[in-house]
Ligand binder design. Structure first.
Ligand code: FB9
Length: 496
């Protein structure tokens, strides 16, 4: 038991009830330390002492008051600075920043006088010595004996801003039902040994604290991106879409570009925009008939198109890249369903996975992001179906005001950028890109005449940053992410 807790218990034993503030001058301890001792007693047993909250007006020294306590009052400092021969008032004013206050107090106390008999006025002592009552008063107040200083004097010091009145919370201590001057450690567990030996009868057990909060269980937490991915996945599933396999970060240029009718000279296929893979550098497993059909589509067109009229090169198509979009996976799926047993059947597919772009990094763009893509293939569907699908999709994200702007993609015609008026941001923002896959892409894949395929894409990062109020992508992804943001991130409900 600490010496302070022992002193508190003994004092209560000998003197009965006591206010913790009154123990300050008795123990010569700071009030907060005494409160700590009381808490320590209570933590051992709530039955030992009773504590009744109390409040009391107390006097505290200000910073200036503490300086006076240490160095004496301003008037005493001025008096002590006046030599036998006297001193000019100007020189006296230089002795301390409070010399002016001290001078007028020392004059009104009759400690000093101004002698003009010799022409220029000289300040001299009027008495041989002084009693620095202010310092004495402050010493009493600082040691908890403010009662010895008359109220009018305390109020005078308050006006001089060397004393301030405050309300201090304290406790009136009294004997509890199990009062004792010794702090017997309370048992916190009833063991087999205690029961078997019977010593439990003589032990004191700590009462249960049913108000104690449980220890928060260690648990994992989904990253905000994964929370938003779950929301998007749920939306697609609700709309009858099935998830495509996209477990291939490395893709051949053939599927990433050529099968999408992206010409081999397209700038997107340069090193500035795309990450090329050195090991394995090339792919070489492609359906031969598909290669020929894609080659023909690029060189001389298909289905009424004249193509790009260039010599399409296999070795260009064989190069491996980090996929720049998941639309290559959509092309694989279209090829697969066009060649499945029983022939083409309408589908609604979606994918959400990482893609990589060798682009300039900025506050909202990294070299990788998650693309969200939806694809619908069916007989006779139109741009109107695409717009209707968007409205349904974005309505589930809480977005109702959508606008569309014509744009160009090598693999879709018509193509549209999608904009929405974001209610939270109160401004129009770009929310994605979309289009109807061109016949020059669909025919080589084997998708039958009469079948149209509509598709759209957006990212996961942009809506996540908006949802979680982040302005810099590096606060969401990367080594500088504040894990508290992840741990404490709220549940994600995209439409509210
Ligand atoms: O995600 C984007 N914006 C967005 C999306 C959702 C959202 O949620 C609402 C609050 C509830 C808010 C904003 N964008 C697409 C637009 C911009 O952020 C843009 O600056 C960044 N874009 C990425 C590409 O940047 C290099 C987002 C990404 C993107 C763009 C296009 C596609 C996919 C991802 C596509 C496609 C496509 C087109 C036709 C056929 C198939 C796929």
């Amino acid at each position: 038991m600490s010496e302070l807790t022992e002193r508190i218990l003994l004092y209560i034993e000998q003197h009965g009830d006591v206010d913790t503030l009154d123990l300050v001058p008795i123990f010569g301890e700071d009030h907060q330390k005494i409160i700590g001792g009381v808490k320590s007693i209570e933590s051992t047993s709530a039955e030992l002492i009773n504590t009744t909250p109390a409040t009391r007006k107390t006097w505290e020294l200000t910073e200036e008051g503490r300086q006076i306590l240490a160095n004496g009052s301003h008037e005493a400092t001025v008096f002590n600075a006046v030599p036998e021969a006297g001193i000019s008032q100007a020189d006296l004013m230089k002795i301390s920043p409070n010399a002016k206050v001290g001078f007028s107090k020392a004059m009104s106390n009759g400690w000093i006088l101004m002698d003009k008999s010799g022409g220029a006025p000289v300040i001299k002592r009027k008495v041989a010595d002084i009693v620095d009552t202010v310092k004495t008063h402050l010493e009493a107040i600082a040691s908890g004996k403010s009662d010895v200083v008359p109220d009018n004097v305390k109020n005078e010091y308050k006006k001089r801003k060397i004393l301030v009145e405050s309300v201090t919370k304290s406790f009136v201590l009294s004997k509890g039902p199990e009062f004792s001057t010794s702090l017997k450690k309370l048992e916190t567990d009833l063991t087999v040994e205690m029961l078997a030996s019977g010593i439990w009868k003589d032990l004191k057990f700590k009462p249960y604290n049913f108000d104690a909060l449980g220890v928060p269980p260690e648990r994992g937490q989904l990253h905000p991106l994964m929370k938003v991915r779950s929301e998007f996945r749920q939306i697609f599933l609700e709309m009858g879409f099935s998830e495509m396999p996209t477990n291939n970060f490395v893709e051949s240029c053939f599927w990433n570009f050529d099968a999408l009718f992206v010409p081999q000279q397209h700038p997107a296929r340069d090193q500035q925009d795309t990450f090329f893979v050195s090991h394995p550098q090339l792919s070489n497993k492609f359906p031969v008939a598909l290669l020929d059909a894609v080659k023909k589509s690029h060189e001389s067109g298909t289905d009424g198109s004249i193509g790009y009229r260039y010599d399409w090169k296999l070795e260009e198509a064989q190069k491996n890249v980090l996929r720049t979009h998941t639309t290559g996976d959509s092309a694989r799926m279209l090829y697969k369903i066009a060649h499945q047993a029983g022939g083409f059947k309408p589908i609604k597919y979606f994918s959400i996975d990482k893609v990589f772009r060798n682009e300039t990094l900025d506050a909202t763009h990294l070299a990788e992001f998650h693309q969200v893509e939806g694809v619908v293939a069916d007989y006779g569907i139109t741009l109107g179906d695409l717009i209707g699908t968007f409205n349904a999709f974005f309505n589930k994200l809480g977005i109702t005001e959508l606008e569309y702007k014509p744009t160009f993609n090598p693999y879709t015609e018509p193509s549209m950028e999608i904009f929405c008026f974001h209610p939270g941001l109160q401004r129009w923002i770009e929310v994605g890109n979309s289009g109807v896959f061109r016949p020059e892409m669909l025919r080589p894949l084997g998708v039958p005449e009469g079948v149209n395929v509509i598709a759209w894409g957006l990212s996961l990062e942009r809506p996540t940053m908006i949802k979680y109020g982040l302005n810099n992508i590096r606060d969401l992804i990367g080594p500088k992410v504040d894990l508290k943001m992840v741990q404490e991130g709220p549940l994600c409900r995209m439409n509210r």
